[in-house]
Design a protein around this ligand. Structure first.
Ligand code: C2E
Ligand code: CA
Ligand code: CA
Ligand code: CA
Length: 279
């Protein structure tokens, strides 16, 4: 038994070493990856529950690693946040989204707003509003085609700075959305201090509706209070018809999730927009 235990520990230690070497390797590979254009945006539609129309898309980043293939954010965003590379990646995402918006405009496609996710390090940058403004101008875009998804922890870290930065972003015309709502420690009442357009109910609350009594109560409360604060409510992670029916019945404004569509490359989104409109 002792030998077995020793082996198990040994095996575990070896795995840990391998994992940390991987982490170090990945961290090294991440340096300059944005400059080498190794990222790719996938787009997931948001759907208006009243009209059935697509209201916009969320841009979700992927890393095309030269050896490991296409990596999801879970495998590199926290690394990038720790190393500071997230700032460069965030800039790449901003440029790529604006480039896409400009390409749609040039092709005479109907305006489809793109939402991008902001990380804490980007948000801490005092120059962020100027940078976004400059990027929009260089692409000849109005601010209302870009939406920023922020999180509770991001604004609660420095609420005064957050309120100022968000106000500056609103002056540019950007829409602002509170992502993963309900997972942090802030309340809806605290949210009224920030100039928001919408709130996204975190997937963890959507998962077990309509069966879980706690989750259904929480979602109903978020919708009611959110509407009282004049916020648009979006449910994320909608995977089936039952969830959709519950959300529709309780007045949720928009949904996003695999039930309607997975995040997809831009080429597929084109076809998707067309077929959806033709229906
Ligand atoms: P998020 O902002 O909450 O994005 C939603 C995530 O849920 C996406 O995962 C999406 O693919 C997934 N999802 C959407 N619908 C469903 C569904 O019906 N079921 C399930 N199970 N999942 C669904 P993804 O693309 O892996 O992104 C994970 C997280 O990585 C994002 O969570 C966001 O926090 C972060 N992220 C993604 N792109 C960026 C970026 O450009 N910058 C930063 N800073 N973070 C990003
Ligand atoms: Ca998001
Ligand atoms: Ca989210
Ligand atoms: Ca999330």
């Amino acid at each position: 038994a002792k030998a077995q235990g020793g082996n198990a520990v040994c095996h575990y230690a070896a795995e840990m070493v391998a994992a940390s070497v991987n982490r170090l390797e990945l961290q090294a590979d991440l340096r300059g990856a944005a400059g080498r254009d190794e990222f790719k945006l996938m787009y997931q539609p948001k759907l208006d529950l009243a009209t059935g129309r697509m209201t916009g898309v969320e841009a979700l980043v992927r890393w095309q690693h030269p050896r490991l293939g296409l990596l999801p954010p879970a495998s590199f965003i926290s690394l990038a946040e720790a190393s500071g590379d997230i700032v460069e990646i965030g800039r790449w995402v901003l440029h790529a989204a604006c480039h896409q918006l400009a390409a749609w405009r040039a092709a005479g496609q109907p305006a489809l707003p793109i939402a991008i996710n902001l990380s804490a390090l980007q948000f801490a940058d005092r120059n962020l509003a100027n940078e976004i403004d400059g990027t929009l101008q260089r692409h000849g875009l109005p601010g209302n085609l870009l939406e920023l998804e922020i999180t509770e922890s991001l604004v609660m870290k420095d609420p005064l700075h957050a309120a100022e930065l968000l106000a500056a972003m609103r002056r540019i015309g950007l829409r602002i959305s509170m992502d993963d709502f309900g997972t942090g420690y802030s309340s809806l009442a605290q949210l009224k201090r920030f100039p928001l357009d919408s709130v996204k109910i975190d997937r963890s609350f959507v998962q077990d509706i309509p069966h879980d009594a706690n989750d259904t109560a929480i979602i109903k409360a978020i919708i009611a209070m959110g509407h009282a604060l004049k916020l648009k409510i979006i449910a994320e992670g909608v995977e089936n018809a039952e969830q959709l029916a519950f959300l529709q019945h309780h007045g949720c404004d928009e949904i996003q999730g695999f039930y309607f569509s997975k995040p997809m490359p831009v080429e597929q989104l084109y076809g998707f927009t067309r077929t959806h409109k033709d229906k």
